[in-house]
Every structure is written in structure tokens, then in C-alpha cells.
Design a protein around this ligand. Sequence first.
Ligand code: PLP
Length: 428
Amino acid sequence: MLADPRVEAATRRLGRTRTKAVVVDVLDACRRGEVAPEGVVEATLAALPAGSASLRPVVNATGVVVHTNLGRAPLSAAAIDALTTAAGPTDVELDLVTGRRGARGAAALAALAAAVPGAEGVHVVNNGAAALALVTCALAQRPDGPGREVVVARGEMVEIGDGFRIPDLLESVGGRLREVGTTNRVRLSDYESALGEDTAFVLKVHPSNFRVEGFTSSVSVEELAGLDASLVVDIGSGLLAPHPRLPDEPDAASCLAAGADLVTASGDKLLGGPQCGLLLGRGELVQRLRRHPFARALRVDKLTLAALEATLTGPTPPVPRALARRPADLMARARRLALAIGPDAEPVVSEGAVGGGGAPGVVLPSAAVALPSVLAEPLRIGATPVVGRVHEGRLLLDLLAVPEDLDDLLAEAVRRVLAATAPDGRTG
Ligand SMILES: *Cc1c(COP(=O)(O)O)cnc(C)c1O
């Protein structure tokens, strides 16, 4: 079986171990009489995975631009190209002109520094949580005895997701939490009276996945910057500059201009890049973080550096492009798609969201193709997995996060599923 030219081609693509496992399964099925002997090669080819990784590309028709379960930000074509190039031997830490060791990831860091001119120093780690961990390690941890205090508002003790909590993270690397204020309100005087000998830094965390409404107050970066302590601001979403559609979302440039000593953020949320954690701020502070022993454990690989640089310097990545889509254009696409799909589809107005820990509560006006909700599952498990959102008994394929050039593929995927599924759920 493995010598059959078609199976051999699959072996070259997928490796002998994976291919052989499928062959063994098909031969077992043949012995049980479930596959005809003359059909074993075809059955093997059909059972082989299409790609060499089991992760599959998915069409994000949820209307959620940064969907955590779909891998957050999709990379730009330029970033994908850059990481493919960087996959082989590359000059990530070698100066080709002198032949000597070079600064690792210098081009990516320069691109980040150029994107936020107000940052004296920049550093990149594995993710947003790693950025916070490194800051806490370097500024709050004591090798012997309890750590120094991280002063943080009670209303900013955020659970990021999947059960992970920022306060637990800070404590796990030696920070001691000093909570100030109440759930809904905190004043500058609360911070003032908490500061002392043992203060490591004041931390302001953006409540990026929830909103507290009503009798609330918080203290601005500008006011906190006037305190006699280092100020670290975790903005979360990675906006480098203000975004007109997200007026309440904090950004790195504004926080630094308002006096933050350090800003931490994720690279794969609103920035639209690869998973990484950004650290921007005072030169001396960033240098201290970079040289801390723990920094090595949080180091990003060459693929991340390549993709980050291309995200920052290349054409607009998918996430900011999605944020720029206009409702009228989205509705025009929904109408065209509904026509291409047939009478089961209807273009409708829809409401998208940023998602992924950014701009909570902000509605992004969008448009969708509404379909019978029984199609949700077959579309998810089809040849081109399409993930929509079920709303008021119908499946909505929201176009906000779908690149225009996928419309034909989307229509085709729906037509294929409709052809195989009667509207009442029977498969035909
Ligand atoms: C998302 C987020 C984090 C965690 O970042 P990761 O990149 O997921 O590690 C931390 N803080 C805030 C405010 C966030 O929104």
C-alpha cells in the first residue's frame, strides 16, 4: 500500500507515520468487510488529512473581529510571507555585513519603535501575560522574602479568559497585591494613601472584556502619572494610536504621552499581528526588563519577529481592515451573497463586535446573510469550515470579519451544504 505512487505522494507530504496509521485503519476496515479490497487506495486517500497540521483554516463569519477561539488576529498576507521566509536559517541574530552576532529581532523592534515614537524603549515577549509577568518579576520580586507591592484598583482585577486572572499572575511571579478603591469606584487619594516604602509600581489595567456602568469612577493615566511611583498601564488590546471607531479604547501612544512609564499589550488583538506581548516605555526601564534573567524564558521566536515586523510595516492587516468596513458596503455584499446562494438566504442588518478583549460593549454595525439555523453544524464541519452565529433562531453569516475575496468561497460552501441538507434538517 505504501508503495502505491498516490499513497507515496501523500507520504512525502504528511510523513510515513501519519500515512501508515491511516493505511492500517483502512486495511482493518477492509478485513471487517467495510471497504472493498479494490477500493483500499481510494479509501486511504480520502481518509488522509488535507494539511500537515490538524489545525484547519476557518471562515470567521461570527461578526467578532478578534475571535479568541479562532486564533485571534488573522495575519496579513505580508506577515504570512515573512514568517514563511523566516522559517529557514535566517539572520535573526547575525549581522551579515560584519559577520558578527547581531541584536536579535532588531528590525521588528525598530518597526515597533517607529510606530510609537513616544516610546524610548521597546521589547517583545511571548504574549500580553508574559509582558506583565516580566514587569512584575523585575520590579516587584524579591529573591528572599515577600515581594514588593503592586498597587491596583479593585475594579481592575480582571479575569482575562479561560480561568486566568491577572492578580493571580502577578502573585505567581512574586508580586504582592495592594488593592485600592472599591469594585465601582477608585480615587486618586486611594492610590496616594497606599503608596509607601514597599511599592513596586502602580498598575492600571484596562477592563478589556467587561463594562461597569452607573455610579463609577476611575483615575486617569495622567493623574496616576503624577504619583510618586512607577506607572505601568496594561492596555490589553494593542492599539498603538487612537482609533476613531473605538474612542474609549486606550492606546500606547496616548498612555505614554499622558505619563505612563511602561505600557504592556498583546500583539494579536487590535494590532492584528502574531501572538506576542509588547512592552513600550522609558528606555532605562525597558533595558532592565530586557536584561532580566526571566526575559529569556519569555523570548519570542524568529517567526513571531518576522510576522510582527511585516504587520507593522506592511499593508493594513485583516483586523484593522475589518474595523474600517462600512455597513453599506457590508450590506451590498450580503445582498450579492444571498442572491448567489438562493431563496434560503436573506440579507439582514447585523451587529458585530471587536471581541478578544477589546472595546467591550462597542457595537460595530454590520450585515449578514441569514440562513436556517440547521445549517450551522454542517457548515462548521464542511470541507471549508464556516463559523457563523445563531441569533433569534437563525444562522447569521456576518461579513464584518470576512475578507471580500472569500465571498465566492462562502457562497459555494453554503450551496454545497444546502444541496446535501433539506431545510428541516434531513440529509438528502
Ligand atoms: C488580553 C489581555 C491580557 C492578556 O494578554 P495575552 O496576550 O492573552 O496574554 C492582559 N491584559 C489585558 C487587559 C488584556 O486585554
